[in-house]
Design a protein around this ligand. Sequence first.
Ligand code: SF4
Length: 97
Amino acid sequence: MVKVLLPQGSPATETETIDPEPWMDQSECNIDNAHLFASTVPEEISQAKSLCAVCPVALECLDYALRIEKGYKTRFNIFGGLTGKERRKLAKLLEGN
Ligand code: SF4
């Protein structure tokens, strides 16, 4: 089990316990660059997306985000190379809405 810090205003509680998945060990994001993935600064968002673009587990990450965010209207941070807003659009397309 891992405690993750969710951004302020997240629909979940401030911290949430998740079970790490095996692919998470191979991610390009880590404690040193985690701030980029929660940033609202355009340059930092671009840096995060650049890391996602070369991440070997980007598809697993995106699939994970879509699964855990199911039912949430608001999505935060960058997962799988997509912002929360971009994932919301993708989820709507996948759901046929
Ligand atoms: S795709 Fe991006 S957010 Fe997901 S694990 Fe890789 S670097 Fe991290």
